[in-house]
Write a protein that binds this ligand. Structure first.
Ligand SMILES: [Fe+2]
Length: 118
């Protein structure tokens, strides 16, 4: 597992657990519903939760396999600063909008930006 994604992975794993629970509840509600339109509603909600879970599982997998660009928001203008896939701490990139130069740093398992002199 790559370093630098500690908090993001924690949020994604929590969200996956939430979607799994929602899917379980929607399926339960669909089975208990007396009205077919209500059953359809809960079946659709269940399918939606499963889709969200699958998307987050894919993102977690991509991060684990280094198949995910590391893009952090510029601390000056808010644009994305793209360090590409599998960057190393200390790599340097410029914001494509304001041209501020940054170094990629890691603090407590999370990537962040360190502004560099121009
Ligand atoms: Fe910027």
């Amino acid at each position: 597992m790559r370093e630098g994604f500690k908090t993001i992975l924690k949020f994604l794993e929590d969200d996956v657990a939430s979607e799994v629970e929602q899917e379980r509840l929607y399926n339960k509600f669909a089975l208990a519903a007396q009205n077919t339109s209500v059953q359809t509603l809960f079946n659709n909600l269940s399918r939606s939760a499963r889709g969200h879970r699958d998307a987050m599982d894919k993102l977690i997998k991509n991060i684990a396999q280094d198949d995910h660009n590391v893009i952090l928001y510029c601390t000056l203008c808010g644009w994305g600063v793209d360090f590409g896939k599998s960057p190393f701490v200390g790599n340097e990139e410029r914001c494509p909008v304001c041209c501020q130069k940054f170094a990629l740093v890691e603090t407590d398992g999370d990537f962040s930006l360190k502004p560099l002199p121009q």
